[in-house]
Ligand binder design. Sequence first.
Ligand SMILES: [Fe+2]
Length: 430
Amino acid sequence: MQVDELLKPFPIKEFHPFPRAMMGPGAWELVGPEAKKLGFQRVLVMTSGLRGSETVPKLVGSLRYHGLDVVVYDQVESNPKDYNTMDAVALYQENECDSFISIGGGSSHDACKGARVSVAHDGRSVNEFEGFNKSENPKNPPHIAISTTAGTGSETSWAYVITDTTTDPDNPHKYVAFDDACVPTLAVDDPTLYYDCPVDYTAQCGFDVLAHASEPYVSRLNFETSLGNALHAIKLTAKHLRQATWNPQELKGREGMMYAQYIAAQAFNSGGLGIIHSISHAISAFYDIHHGLNNAIALPRVWAFNMPVAYKRFADIAGAMGVDTHGMTDVQAADAALAASVRLIRDVGITERFIDVKQDTYSKNRLGKGPTQFYANSPTVVGDKDDIDRITNHVLGDACTPGNAKECTFETVRPVVEHCMHGDMDDLLS
Ligand SMILES: [Fe+2]
């Protein structure tokens, strides 16, 4: 069912599945036995490599210790490209693998989900499955998704996001595929695997969680079973993100954010997203900038845009973020939520405008360094009129946009994009 179908009067709500999960410190040690129980024999591991940490060798060693044959594809890029997925599919077929394990954040999980769908369709291009439930064969290989970040939620969701590099070079395209067939078989969220995540990347991933939690809480889908999870994930993020960012070896912060990630994804899995994500996808498509960073820059602008249609919901968000809303009107409390989000952005040291994102802004930056022609001439974000126009048009075509709290048109969304480029977050605060 398409999101715009769900928004019609008297809609039928659709609940999407999520997998079994192993949570908590030490869960990674169960991956080998769990893989054996699931019948894995020859597994393709998909990862970015997580170079600089021992995570991949540790997990691969454990899998081999438990008797599995392991083939490794460790070239997944940030904002995974279609060719990452198709290279992995070729390796899977060549080695006659029977299962997948992804190790990493959303890029590795998403590329892996796309590979599974492709494998189930004789290696057809992953780009053919953009949209909602495009799998014709729902039976694809089993998949254990092991998280090393706390942001994506992809380990437990029915979504994957791929950049299509075969489109017009002037109009690169990053799309979301929602597919009940791509849900992993088992999710593993072990906070000890999160210790090696860099400070800036931890902060940015935290804003992917806050976007995943807040967007379904105010979405026009208004899916009741998502609301409790959404609010609790906001609460956990407000409570733990500063600790996870600045005290990276402290378990409580890492564990709190892992749960926040997992719970937020369960909220958006059926509750929908909005234009924080649509703007983020567009910026990634054109500039290859990290998803969580894009979300952080877009979040307060989109909250301000959506507030007039959902003051009460944003007042609830303020409470979840630790604001004492006693005696406030809903409008005052909503404003306080916005202020709390800006405070959190500043407390964890995130860049506040897209035009300020430079080559050395953050550790995962690939801006201007991508192997495709899309990025060769984009050493910085341009942010001029044409750039804002093309980003706005990409936003309007995004699968997340119909669920946004407030109706979106070119005229209403363009100023939001423009503010993300050039505006001062202080302008949002009354
Ligand atoms: Fe996201």
